[in-house]
Design a protein around this ligand. Structure first.
Ligand SMILES: Nc1nc2c(ncn2[C@@H]2O[C@H](COP(=O)(O)OP(=O)(O)O)[C@@H](O)[C@H]2O)c(=O)[nH]1
Ligand SMILES: [Mg+2]
Length: 466
C-alpha cells in the first residue's frame, strides 16, 4: 500500500524564513538553502516527516512571491469564459492563468507557488512580523485565498518584532485568518511547533486522526530524545567521578597520574559530546555555522581550564584555592573518605577485611605508599555545568539559526548544585570499576551504577518540569 500523505506548502514573501521554518520542523539543517538575501529558494522542494509506517507529512518549500501586485492584476484579468471552467470561481481563474504560463516567463517562480497552492492540503503563510503591513502582503494574501485552501499564518521573527504582532493579527483577522501561530526558528520552542500541529488538526477536520497521530509521535520523540540526553549526562558524571589513577608517593608519579586522569575524563566528555550532537542531529558543518563553542567535534575550551568558571558562572567557594586552576586531581582520601588513623597502620588490614572491603585498595595503597587520584569536585561541577548548558542550547535552538548564541546566558541557575550532589560523587568515587563496566561484569555492580544514573536522570527531569 502506498503511504498516505498529508501535504503542506510553505509560502510567503522572500526572506520571511520559510526555509528556516522547514528546517526546524524537520530538525534537519541540511534542507534547502538559507541566506539573508531574496530568492535563495528557486524551486519547489519537499521533505517528509514520518507519522507512522502508513503515513507521512510532506512539507514543500516554495520560492518567494516577489511581485504580488502585478501577479494579482494578471490573475484577476484572466478570462474564464471557456466552458471547461465550470465553476467560474477563483480556483478556475488560477487554473486558467496557469494554462497560459508560457506567456509570462517573468512570473515563472510565482506560477510554481500557485501550483503548490492548488495541489497541497494546507498552506503555511510565513510572515516576517518586523515588516510593516504593506499592500504587497494584502495582495499576496488575496492570491492565496483564491486557492480556497486552509491557511495558517506563521508569524516569524517574533523575538525581534514584538511590537508589530498586534497589527499583524488585526490585519489577518480582517482577511478571515484567525488561526495564526507565532514561531521563531532561532529561539525555538517545542510548544510552538505543537501549536502548529494543533491548528492543522482544527483546520483539517477530515484529517484529524492523521494529525493526532503526528502530534503523539512528535511529542513522544521529543521526550525520548530528552531523556536519552539526560541519561548521557548522568552517565558522564558518574563515570567521570568514578575515574581514578594510582600514583606512587612522589611528585613525578603524581603528575603522570594526573595527566592520565585528565585525558580519561576529557575523553569521556568528548564521547558524550558526540553522542549528544548525534542525538540532536547536529552535524559538524551545522556546528560551525551556528558557532556553538565546539570545534572539530570537541569543546573549544578545555575542561580543565579555569576560564570555565567564568564562562559557566560557577562561583568558587569553600576549600577551593582561588587561582589554583581547575582539575587539580586530589587524593581520594581528601575527597571525603575518612577511614580513621587506625586504618593507616599495619595489621589493621586484616581487621578491616570484610567490614570495609570496599576500601581495600585505598588502604593497601596508603600502606604501600601509593595514592589514588580522582577528579576534584570543581572539575565535576564544571563538567556538569557544561553539559547542562549544551543540552539547553541544543534543545532551544532551531536548526535554522546562524547567529552565535552564547551558552552562558541560557541558564542562570547553573551554580546551584543538586541536593544530593556530594552523595552522588562519593558513591561514584567508591566504584572505580564503573568506568569500564561491560557485559561480562557482575550484574550487581552494574545494577548499582544504573541506579545512580537513574537518580541523576530523575533529578534532571525534575529540573525541566519546574
Ligand atoms: N532572528 C530570526 N532569524 C530568522 C528566523 N527565520 C529565519 N531567519 C533568518 O532570516 C533569513 C532568511 O531566512 P530563509 O529561511 O532563507 O527565508 P526564505 O527566503 O523565506 O526561505 C536567514 O538569514 C535566516 O537565518 C527567525 O525566526 N528569527
Ligand atoms: Mg527559502
Amino acid at each position: 500500500m502506498d503511504k498516505q500523505l498529508l501535504s503542506v506548502a510553505v509560502v510567503g514573501h522572500a526572506n520571511t524564513g520559510k526555509t528556516s521554518l522547514i528546517r526546524t520542523l524537520l530538525r534537519d539543517a541540511s534542507f534547502g538553502e538559507i541566506a539573508n538575501k531574496a530568492g535563495t529558494t528557486r524551486h519547489v522542494e519537499g521533505a517528509e516527516i514520518r507519522i507512522d509506517e502508513h503515513q507521512n507529512l510532506v512539507i514543500y518549500d516554495t520560492p518567494g512571491l516577489e511581485d504580488s501586485m502585478h501577479l494579482l492584476n494578471i490573475i484577476d484579468n484572466t478570462p474564464i469564459e471557456d466552458s471547461k471552467f465550470e465553476h467560474k470561481d477563483e480556483i478556475d481563474r488560477l487554473l486558467a492563468f496557469i494554462e497560459r504560463e508560457h506567456e509570462f516567463p517573468e512570473l515563472n517562480q510565482e506560477i510554481k507557488v500557485l501550483k503548490a497552492l492548488l495541489t497541497n492540503d494546507l498552506i503555511f503563510y510565513v510572515i516576517d512580523v518586523r515588516e510593516p503591513i504593506l499592500g504587497k502582503y494584502r495582495d499576496e494574501l488575496k492570491i492565496l485565498s483564491y486557492a480556497a485552501k486552509p491557511i495558517i499564518p506563521v508569524l516569524n521573527f517574533i523575538e525581534a518584532g514584538t511590537t508589530n504582532i498586534d497589527n499583524w493579527q488585526a490585519q489577518l483577522a480582517r482577511l478571515h485568518l484567525h488561526a495564526f501561530v507565532s514561531f521563531d526558528s532561532v529561539v525555538f520552542r517545542f510548544a510552538d511547533e505543537m501549536k502548529i500541529y494543533h491548528k492543522m488538526r482544527t483546520l483539517l477536520a477530515h484529517r484529524e486522526e492523521q494529525l493526532e497521530a503526528l502530534i503523539q509521535q512528535r511529542q513522544q520523540q521529543w521526550q525520548e530524545r530528552e531523556s536519552a540526553a539526560q541519561q548521557l549526562i548522568a552517565t558522564l558524571l558518574v563515570e567521570a567521578a568514578a575515574c581514578r589513577f594510582k600514583a606512587d608517593n612522589d611528585e613525578q608519579s603524581i603528575s603522570v597520574a594526573s595527566e592520565h586522569l585528565q585525558t580519561a575524563i576529557r575523553s569521556l566528555e568528548s564521547q558524550t559530546l558526540s553522542q549528544l550532537l548525534a542525538l540532536y542531529q547536529f552535524k559538524q558543518q551545522d556546528i560551525d555555522q551556528y558557532d556553538l563553542p565546539i570545534e572539530q567535534g570537541e569543546w573549544e575550551l578545555d575542561l580543565f581550564s579555569s576560564d570555565n568558571l567564568q564562562e559557566f558562572g560557577i562561583k568558587v567557594t569553600s576549600n577551593f584555592v582561588k587561582g589554583a586552576g581547575v582539575g587539580v586531581a586530589v587524593d581520594i582520601f581528601a575527597a571525603g573518605m575518612t577511614l580513621g588513623a587506625a586504618a593507616m597502620t599495619g595489621g589493621v588490614m586484616g581487621a578491616l577485611w570484610g567490614v570495609k572491603q570496599r576500601y581495600y585498595d585505598e588502604i593497601e595503597a596508603s600502606i604501600k605508599g601509593h595514592r589514588y587520584l580522582c577528579a576534584d569536585d570543581l572539575t565535576l561541577h564544571v563538567l556538569w555545568a557544561r553539559q547542562l548548558s549544551l543540552l539547553s542550547a541544543l534543545q532551544q535552538r532551531g536548526h535554522a539559526s546562524v547567529n552565535k548564541l552564547s551558552l552562558q546566558h541560557l541558564d542562570s541557575n547553573k551554580d546551584i548544585l543538586p541536593k544530593y550532589w556530594s552523595k552522588w560523587l562519593s558513591r561514584a568515587r567508591q566504584h572505580p570499576q564503573w568506568v569500564t563496566l561491560n557485559k561480562s561484569d557482575q550484574p550487581k555492580l552494574k545494577e548499582k551504577k544504573v541506579l545512580l544514573i537513574e537518580q541523576i536522570t530523575t533529578y534532571l527531569t525534575s529540573l525541566k518540569s519546574n
